[in-house]
Design a protein. Structure first.
Length: 495
């Protein structure tokens, strides 16, 4: 604890964002380049070095947060990098994409703004690459055992890196033409530029991990054939079966799933397309769904040049402060948060009739109506109460010639044949069944990440990858020294 009074003398200061008018004209990350390092040591000084650091419990990775806060406050970047990478394979991802449940669990957050843990993490990760603190770590010797990992999202990559470093020969199979899963084609570049992903993939290649892109297991290679070829298989395909909105008019053209829209925008940034065939330019856009994916659609539509953008959230607008009775500290509270995309929509007034920024809260879609050509032109909604019951005389109609559904995901997709070919058992909600060792009902086949846990956060995905790697290592060798931060049945802190 470099400054015992840091939390009393230094106010919280977040990584500043670029001006809205500037950043909506490009796809670069929203933060001011280079503006984090000058402030981060003082921000790390705000850490209280608590006797019982609840930030540990709030983070499924078990990050050593007070330790690397203290090291950053002393500007010992190498040691801070070692502490950070001891528990997190990809802190440059979580430092940009995680909603930071650790900050909700910060003891300082009981009555003050929390330590900027997420910013400190990102600063360490970026400094680690700049200073060369994260060289490849290939194993000293090979075990002679082989593992196939299906899916290259954060869970699959974390599992692959851990197993490669343990000495196993690992091949990662990815259905898309590039690696990264939703981090590649689901997360917009303004939230995380893809060079962060490429840099980590090059590290993994240098360590010995093999990658097979444009390969759909179950179609391009049989699932049973793959199982016979490898000593173990890890299924980390994510939860890609999107939820539908079954209301009248859903069949009209111009209504798309969020994950039909976002990948095309990312492909434009990758240089694959000059322009997206599903652009929102000049259109009245309505996004159904109030979560992070909806916010990603919002920021993308703003950059496309939409005529208007409105986001519908079925929940009531949360307050600015934690409800101590419903969501006491240190649980992650539902409070009003202003993401970069919502800040842009607010300042640009993309939806003047919205409750706040671009969002309409407590809003439920009733139906869509279209024109004579079968194209959507309007969305009819109604206000709902806390039990999602319609409020009398609260109906509204929004102009909508481009609608995006961002309602979340129910489990892994089944059309590729992987689940049926292996004969995997599923939970009633559609996720893959597994036991306390992450093992499925098929010997030698393990399931991790959103495919088994259900839709969750990136920090949980990485924790799942690290934990399933330990389980597979133990299955192959009889024991394991790999860390396992969570079990398959662990869940976030809740009341």
């Amino acid at each position: 604890m470099a400054d015992p009074k840091g939390f009393m003398t230094t106010p919280r200061q977040d990584w500043p964002r670029r001006p809205v008018e500037e950043r909506v004209r490009d796809w670069d990350e929203v933060y001011v380049p280079g503006a984090l390092l000058p402030i981060i040591s003082k921000q790390a000084d705000r850490c209280m070095d608590c006797g019982i650091p609840f930030c540990h419990d709030a983070c499924p990775l078990g990050n050593l947060i007070p330790e690397w806060n203290d090291l950053v406050s002393r500007e010992d970047w190498r040691a801070a990098s070692d502490r950070l990478h001891a528990t997190n394979n990809f802190p440059e991802f979580t430092g940009r994409l995680c909603p930071a449940p650790c900050e909700a669990g910060c003891v300082l957050a009981i009555n003050q703004p929390a330590v900027t843990i997420k910013n400190v993490e990102c600063a360490i990760a970026d400094r680690s690459w700049e200073e060369g603190f994260v060289p490849p770590r290939p194993p000293d010797r090979l075990s002679g055992r082989t593992v196939a990992v299906i899916g290259s999202g954060p869970t699959g990559l974390a599992a692959a890196q851990q197993l490669t470093r343990a000495g196993h020969t690992v091949a990662v199979y990815e259905k898309d033409d590039r690696l990264g899963g939703l981090m590649r084609y689901g997360i917009p570049a303004f939230k995380m530029e893809k060079h962060h992903l490429e840099r980590r993939l090059e590290q993994m290649r240098a360590e010995g991990t093999k990658f097979r892109t444009s390969t759909v297991v179950g179609r391009d290679v049989g699932a049973a054939e793959l199982r016979a070829r490898y000593d173990a298989v890890v299924i980390a395909t994510g939860a890609t079966a999107w939820r539908e909105l079954t209301v009248p008019g859903r069949e009209l053209t111009g209504i798309h799933q969020a994950m039909e829209y976002l990948p095309l925008a990312n492909r434009v940034c990758e240089g694959d397309l000059k322009a997206s065939p599903m652009s929102a330019a000049g259109k009245h856009v309505v996004i159904v769904g109030g979560g992070d994916t909806g916010a990603d659609c919002l920021g993308t539509a703003v950059r496309d040049g939409a005529a208007s953008v409105t986001q519908l959230d079925i929940y009531a607008q949360p307050g600015a402060e934690r409800d101590e009775d419903a969501e006491p500290w240190p649980t992650y509270p539902k409070v009003y948060r202003l993401s970069a995309a919502h800040e842009e929509a607010r300042d640009l007034e993309t939806a003047p009739a919205a409750d706040a920024d671009a969002r309409l809260f407590a809003a439920s879609t009733l139906r869509f109506t279209g024109d004579g050509d079968g194209h959507v032109r309007s969305l009819h909604l109604v206000e709902v109460d806390a039990a999602r019951r319609p409020v009398t005389d609260s109906g509204r109609t929004l102009p909508a010639d481009f609608v995006l559904l961002a309602l979340g995901f129910s489990g892994p997709a089944r059309e590729d044949g992987l689940i049926d070919q292996l004969g995997l058992e599923l939970e009633p909600r559609g996720t893959i069944t597994r036991d306390g060792d992450f093992a499925t009902n098929v010997p030698g086949v393990f399931a991790a990440g959103d495919a088994a846990r259900g839709q969750s956060l990136i920090v949980w995905a990485i924790a799942e990858g690290r934990s399933v790697a330990a389980a597979v290592d133990r299955y192959l060798t009889g024991s394991s020294r790999l860390p396992a931060p969570i079990g398959p049945y662990d869940r976030p802190m809740a009341v």
